[in-house]
Design a binder for this molecule. Structure first.
Ligand code: G4P
Length: 292
C-alpha cells in the first residue's frame, strides 16, 4: 500500500484527471482511501458502475454525497448502457481544458472485478488486453489511446480498501471483489443475511416466500435452507449450499437491486475505525514502554 501510494504520487504530475471506478453496491468499501489524500486539486470522476445491481435511490444519495463532500463529479453507469459510459469522454473534456492538439492524460483505477475492463473496452471501442491485478502500478501501467485526444493510463486492479474495517472485507467478499477469500462461505452468508434483514426485509420475505421474518440471521439462513430443500442426510440444513444460493442471488441481482452501504453508515464506520486505531496505537505505546 505504501509502495503503491508512492508510485501514484510520482505519476501525478503527468496526469490531468483521475477516474475511479466504484461498485455502486459498495461505494465506500470499493473506494481507494489513498486517492482522497493524494489527488490534491486534481479533477476526479467517480464512476459508480454496476448500477443495474444497486438500489437506485441509494445510488442517487451516494452521488450527491460524493459530489458535495469530496468535490468530485460522479456518473452512475452499467455495462448494458454503453451510451451512458461514453458520456465519460465528454465529461473529461469538460473538466480539463487543453490547447488544440494536446492530449488529456487520465489515470483510471478500480478494485478487481469492478468492471474496469468492460468500461475501458466501451470507451476505446475495441477489446483491450486486461492488465493483471498486481500491486505494482507503474510497471504494469498500460497507455490506451481512446481517441478524442484522451489517453487512458490503466493501472492494475488493486484491493486497497482499508481491510482493517471488517465490514468492508465482508462486503467486498459478498460482491465478488475478493474471490479466494480467507473468510468462510457461511460466515459471509451470515453477514449478508444480517444486512438483508436490516435493509431489505420485505424483499427477502417475498423472494423466499416467508410468512414471517426471523430476528436473527442464522434463523433466516435455516428458513431459506428449508424452503429451498438444502438438506443433508438426517434432515440437517446444508449451510454451504444455502450460502451459495443466497450469495449467487445477491451477486446476479436476482434478489433485487441492493446497495450494502449508505453515506451515514460510512461516516459511522469511519468514526468506529478511528476508535480502533487509537486503541491499537495506545496498546503499541504501552508495549514499547514496558520493554524499555
Ligand atoms: P475488472 O476489469 O475490473 O476486473 O472487471 P471486468 O470488466 O472484467 O468485469 C468483471 C465482471 O463484472 C464481469 O463478469 C463483467 O461482465 C461484470 N460487469 C461489468 N460491468 C457490469 C455492470 O455494469 N453490471 C453488471 N451486472 N455486471 C458488470 P464476469 O461474470 O466475471 O465475466 P463475464 O461472464 O461477463 O465474461
Amino acid at each position: 500500500m505504501h509502495k503503491a501510494s508512492k508510485e501514484i504520487k510520482a505519476m501525478l504530475p503527468e496526469i490531468d484527471l483521475i477516474i475511479e471506478i466504484l461498485d455502486a453496491r459498495i461505494p465506500f468499501s470499493s473506494q481507494n482511501p489513498m486517492i482522497a489524500k493524494l489527488r490534491g486539486d486534481k479533477p476526479c470522476i467517480k464512476v459508480l458502475n454496476k448500477s443495474d445491481l444497486a438500489d437506485p435511490d441509494l445510488t442517487e444519495q451516494w452521488q450527491s454525497y460524493l459530489e458535495r463532500e469530496q468535490g468530485v463529479k460522479t456518473l452512475a453507469v452499467m455495462a448494458s448502457q454503453p451510451e451512458k459510459i461514453r458520456q465519460i469522454t465528454a465529461l473529461c473534456h469538460k473538466m480539463v481544458t487543453k490547447r488544440a492538439g494536446e492530449q488529456t492524460h487520465v489515470l483510471i483505477m478500480g478494485i478487481p472485478n469492478v468492471g474496469k475492463s468492460t468500461l475501458i473496452n466501451v470507451l476505446a471501442g475495441r477489446t483491450i488486453a486486461k492488465t493483471g491485478n498486481e500491486p505494482a502500478i507503474t510497471k504494469m501501467l498500460q497507455r490506451i489511446d481512446i481517441g478524442n485526444g484522451i489517453i487512458l493510463l490503466d493501472s492494475p486492479g488493486m484491493l486497497w480498501p482499508n481491510l482493517e474495517n471488517k465490514n468492508s472485507g465482508y462486503r467486498l467478499a459478498i460482491t465478488g471483489a475478493i474471490k479466494d477469500t480467507a473468510l468462510q462461505h457461511d460466515d459471509i452468508a451470515a453477514f449478508l443475511a444480517e444486512f438483508l434483514l436490516l435493509l431489505y426485509p420485505e424483499t427477502v420475505k417475498t423472494r423466499f416466500q416467508l410468512a414471517q421474518l426471523p430476528e436473527r440471521e442464522m434463523e433466516l439462513l435455516e428458513l431459506i435452507g428449508k424452503q429451498r430443500g438444502c438438506l443433508r442426510a438426517g434432515g440437517k440444513i446444508d449451510h454451504d449450499k444455502v450460502a451459495k444460493i443466497i450469495l449467487s442471488e445477491f451477486r446476479t441481482g436476482t434478489l433485487g437491486r441492493m446497495t450494502m452501504e449508505t453515506p451515514a453508515m460510512m461516516e459511522q464506520e469511519l468514526v468506529e475505525l478511528e476508535v480502533i486505531r487509537a486503541e491499537k496505537a495506545a496498546k503499541k505505546l504501552l508495549r514499547k514502554q514496558k520493554h524499555k
